[in-house]
Ligand binder design. Structure first.
Ligand code: FE
Length: 201
C-alpha cells in the first residue's frame, strides 16, 4: 500500500469550499477551468508592453492611469471576471510599492503569477513597516528626497506601478522599452534602467 501524503489544511479547506460552491450551482468545473486558463495566459510581458506604450503615447498613458482595466483590454487582455486594475504613476518625487498585506492579491492578468516572496509573511509585513529596507534588499536605492507610498492590493482592486522612464532610453522603440521592464518593476521593488539592454546584449 502506498503512503498517502497528508494534504495541507489550506488545500482541504479549498476543496471543501469549491465543492460547496459547485453543489449550490454558484460555479461549475468549466468556470474553474476557464479561469485557470485565463490566469495561465497572464504574463509580465503584457504589463511591460503596457508600460512601454504609456511611455510613448500620452493618450495611452492617460487611459492607463484613469482605467487600468480598459487599458489592458485595449491591448487584447481579457479582464472578464478580474477585479479592477489600477495603475500608480511614479514621479521624480514619489515611488510606489505594491503589497497585499492579507494574502497574495496581484494583477495576474497583466503580470502573471506572483513570485513566492510576494506571498511571504516577511514581505507582506515588512513592505509596510520598513519599505526602504525592503527596497534596499532588492538592490533598489531611491534618490534622496523621494517619498515611498505603499499601496495595498486587495480582492476588490489590483494595482501595478507605472515606473519612470529611465534616462538613456530616448528614441527607443516600443519593443526596446518593453525588454527592459520586469515584473518586479511593476510591483515597485526595482527600477528599469537603460543598462539592462546592454546586459542582455
Ligand atoms: Fe491578497
Amino acid at each position: 500500500m502506498s503512503a498517502k501524503l497528508p494534504l495541507p489544511e489550506s488545500v482541504e479547506l479549498l476543496e471543501k469550499f469549491v465543492t460547496a460552491l459547485q453543489r449550490r450551482g454558484v460555479l461549475t468545473e468549466a468556470d474553474i477551468e476557464r479561469r485557470k486558463a485565463l490566469t495561465d495566459e497572464g504574463n509580465p510581458a503584457t504589463g511591460a508592453r503596457m508600460i512601454a506604450r504609456a511611455w510613448l503615447d500620452p493618450d495611452g498613458r492617460a487611459l492607463m492611469l484613469r482605467d487600468g482595466t480598459a487599458a489592458a483590454e485595449a491591448m487584447g487582455v481579457s479582464m472578464a471576471g478580474a477585479p479592477p486594475l489600477g495603475v500608480l504613476e511614479n514621479t521624480p518625487e514619489l515611488h510606489h510599492l505594491i503589497v497585499c498585506t492579507l494574502c497574495s492579491c496581484y494583477p495576474r492578468a497583466v503580470i502573471g503569477y506572483p513570485p513566492h516572496w510576494y506571498k511571504s509573511f516577511a514581505y507582506r509585513s515588512r513592505a509596510v513597516r520598513e519599505p526602504r529596507a525592503v527596497l534596499a534588499e532588492f538592490g533598489t536605492a531611491l534618490p534622496e528626497g523621494v517619498r515611498v507610498r505603499v499601496v495595498d492590493s486587495t480582492a476588490d482592486y489590483r494595482w501595478m506601478v507605472l515606473p519612470l522612464r529611465p534616462p538613456g532610453t530616448e528614441g527607443w522603440s516600443e519593443d526596446e522599452l518593453t525588454a527592459i521592464i520586469t515584473r518586479d518593476d511593476m510591483v515597485g521593488v526595482s527600477l528599469p534602467s537603460a543598462e539592462r539592454r546592454q546586459q542582455a546584449a
